[in-house]
Design a protein around this ligand. Sequence first.
Ligand code: ADP
Ligand code: MG
Length: 621
Amino acid sequence: MTQETRKFEAEVAQVLHLVTHSLYSHKEIFLRELISNASDACDKLRFEGLEQPELLVDDPDLRIQVSWDPEARTVSVRDNGVGMSREEVVANIGTIASSGTRRYLEAMSGEKKADARLIGQFGVGFYSAFVVADRVTVLTRRAGSAENEGVRWESDGKGEYTLDQADVPTRGTTVILHLKADEDEFLQPWTLRSTITRYSDHVAFPIRFPKDVDGKPDPSEWETINSASALWARPKSEISDEEYQSFYKALGHDFNDALAWTHNRVEGSQSFTTLLYVPAQPPFDLMMGGRDERKGLKLYIKRVFIMDAAEELLPNYLRFVRGVVDADDLPLNVSREILQQKRQLERIRGACVKRVLDLLEKLSRDDAEKFTTFLNAFGNTLKEGIVEDTANRERIAKLLRFASTKGEGAGKTVSFDDYIGRMHVGQDVIWYVTADSYAAAAGSPQLEALKAKGVEVLLMFDRVDEWMLGYLNEYAGKRLQNVSKGEFPLDEADKAKQSAATEAAEPLLGRIKTLLDGRVGDVLVSARLTDSPSCLALADYEMAPHLARMLREAGQDVPEARPTLEINPEHALVKRLGAETDDAKAADLAGLLLEQAEITAGAQLNDPAAFVQRMNRVLLG
Ligand code: ADP
Ligand code: MG
């Protein structure tokens, strides 16, 4: 086929524009990304070679070569991996925007530009070549195809690229970067070499670098400059923390150290190795809810990379984990479909979950600071496990931390165990309140009576809490109870007081109900209140008002419920209403009792204008 020029899809062009204009720091990551692609290509060929050994016979030693040319001002990264056909070039680095392209663009709009260097996490790492190059040439030949079936791809990263048939003498891919005028530092062999050892030491294939003769490469003498071994396959005792961290950074395309890791070998009827990391910060993908293609956990079988298998090996709520699983006993020709049915896989998956939960428990015990970092980054993700992983529900719940009426401020959190340790004699439930912010939770009128008695209430105000609590009915044998829901348990003394108060308020309750004219299901004397005049009470099955509002705002159909209004007969406002003889004025007061209860519950006022008018009439007397 002849030469053709094609346009990048708009989104790819945008990524290129972003990349060329915003990656000021850590320009050297292009090298890590290209080497990572070269290593992936070698992995893919080794995998294909399992079924088609003939692809590898003439040149079985997979390797990566990095070189430079001071005269041509180029840097090149070459691999003898799987290579690409013309169609593959177009699909993988050409016209078509991947889902990663879109996510990258979304993440990079706004204030996150400084972190454009996380490009590799989005699966668009190839384009980082344009950080330092104003022209990139790719020469590639698919393993198994003929010399004259090679492809030459070239682009200046400005919106178009050319595609050409080319003679490529050996299989694999060479990426040639024509450096921008001010990027001469990458023509320094020392810079290249130290960047490679810094970022790519743990690439499992040898990275070869030519001998440097007065700044020029000697193509007859190559040296391997990385450790080129599978880190996870070495004994723990021989691996330093630095090595673990640098492996993590290459694996996770991350710049920060991992927060913690767990490295284990299981021997027995089924043998496998797991090396699992917890990052210190959420990758962008996670923050953006990128659930579609989960990467981050690589499955190897006897050191041969098989596939990204995060979804098969980890439940969704542990999607922040990065790492490697290397199994000895799975058949090498395993496919994704087969994998999903494998009983062995269940065991490995179970082991991964156990290891991660063990690790998190250890952190929570031994390193409060790191554990807080973890919770800030992934605490809400972990909560999904309460719903998703029933078998480990109690273990997960043990790790969670919540604000509480006994803590100071949103930042000071407690565990369920802390809570239970402080429970009053005779208290048999764990009290909590849900709201959409710390202030709204801490200020809920429903928890006044408990507060007055010194009973602790957990304050739940994360988006996932309400959903999670729908599945978490008890912890360590103690029931979880929403302060706004159901009948409020009272001791005998309180009960007597309450029924006396109810009896005394009977006519008032009836009057308020009439004045509110169908807006409430019932009006009761509250046992929950001490300071506020009114609050809403919910039936056990009813949805919290703030949640109903959020769902409506998100465009969902939520049926209107007629709430139960609870009043505090001791409150001056309620007394005033009781004494009010003018029905219009009494109706205003009753309306305000209901509306302030709705506001503190985070509900949306049905008629805000009517509320304001009512309030103004009352204020002006
Ligand atoms: P990712 O590596 O996360 O898929 P990249 O932008 O780095 O994203 O690369 C895009 C795709 O281009 C790769 O998935 C691969 O299909 C193809 N590719 C890039 N470099 C090579 C290479 N050296 N050999 C073969 N294919 C490659
Ligand atoms: Mg890549």
